[in-house]
Design a protein. Structure first.
Length: 101
């Protein structure tokens, strides 16, 4: 009987947690698409995400890729890693070498 009670409690808790997690997808994309057609493209991606019921946030870092990597490092060290990051091949390799992946 105790096993059944524990199983029912676990299933109930899972239902509430899973329901909340699936209710509204949420993301924050760290990227360097700050101007022009790049910014328009990322805005369209965000629009598509919100149309599907998600919450879209973005952190745009203007300038050189080094600025984006610096922001990423700072956020990860602070315990606030973004769910998604736009990096190119060489930056992915550089980030992998930090051991923070």
């Amino acid at each position: 009987m105790e096993y059944l009670r524990t199983a029912v409690a676990a299933a109930t808790a899972y239902t509430f947690v899973a329901g909340a997690a699936l209710a509204e997808p949420k993301t924050n994309l760290l990227h360097q698409w700050a101007t022009g057609s790049d910014a328009q493209a990322i805005a369209k991606l965000g629009e598509m995400f919100t149309t599907k019921g998600g919450t879209w946030q973005q952190t745009s870092i203007a300038g050189h890729t080094a600025n984006t990597l610096a922001k990423l490092r700072a956020d990860v060290i602070a315990g606030n890693a973004p769910p998604a990051v736009q990096l190119k091949g060489p930056e992915i390799a550089e980030w992998n070498e930090t051991g923070m992946t």
